[in-house]
Design a protein around this ligand. Structure first.
Ligand SMILES: C[S@@+](CC[C@H](N)C(=O)[O-])C[C@H]1O[C@@H](n2cnc3c(N)ncnc32)[C@H](O)[C@@H]1O
Length: 200
């Protein structure tokens, strides 16, 4: 691994250094199979892709008719995504997930390697923000990483901890193993769909 000066994944500079140094082991270089299959059969709506990195999935959402926006707080990630998504580059926005306000109400948030990019003490804030951004019955859909290595990123979840964190706001509606993981996530990620509960 290159010798990076920034070791704090809470900062955009951490991620800038890794994109600028072409050290992106989480980057799968395309759209994962379960998302592609899901998009082929689901009705379109408004979607947000937080922490999009290279953002290949934005293209898949837009091509399937979704009004999708991809955000990232790292300027270098935004440049990478704008390059990767071609005609949809205007849908990539530089923004911090915790401050971003969508231009229209959302139906769906897509998750991949965003929760696990953040130290575990930030997770309650992430779940809270997902819940704030989604309406009742909205979907949080994508890939969740399970591991107990204290070091990261990626920071993996313990299953019970994730279920406990999510249970105040979401019901787990679908879960499957993943057959096309890249090396860092191999055998440790699950495809999951979480339905936003009625707000209390
Ligand atoms: C491990 S990468 C994953 C990128 C992409 N989701 C993927 O699957 O390839 C994590 C990304 O989240 C972004 N990120 C981390 N914290 C963020 C925040 N608070 N707001 C927006 N983006 C954030 C980073 O800049 C980085 O691009």
């Amino acid at each position: 691994m290159p010798d990076f000066t920034n070791r704090d994944p809470r900062t955009p500079e951490f991620w800038d250094q890794r994109f600028d140094g072409a050290f992106t082991p989480w980057d799968r270089g395309g759209v994962p199979a379960q998302l592609a299959a899901w998009l082929a059969s689901a009705p379109a709506g408004a979607a947000l892709i937080p922490g999009c990195g290279s953002g290949y999935e934005l293209q898949a959402f837009c091509a399937a008719g979704w009004n999708a926006t991809a955000i990232d707080f790292s300027p270098s990630a935004v440049v990478a995504a704008q390059r990767a998504v071609g005609p949809w580059r205007a849908r990539v926005v530089e923004a911090d997930f915790f401050a971003y306000l969508p231009a229209q109400p959302l139906d769906l948030i897509y998750e991949r390697a965003f929760l696990c990019a953040m130290p575990r003490d930030m997770w309650p804030r992430v779940v809270q923000r997902w819940a704030q951004l989604l309406p009742e019955d909205g979907l949080l859909l994508g890939y969740f990483f399970f591991d107990n290595n204290p070091k990261g990123p990626p920071f993996g979840a313990e299953r019970e901890r994730l279920l406990q964190l999510m249970s105040a706001h979401f019901d787990l509606e679908q879960e499957q193993p993943v057959g096309d993981s890249i090396a860092v996530f191999q055998g440790k990620e699950r495809w999951m769909a979480w339905r936003r509960k009625k707000a209390l």
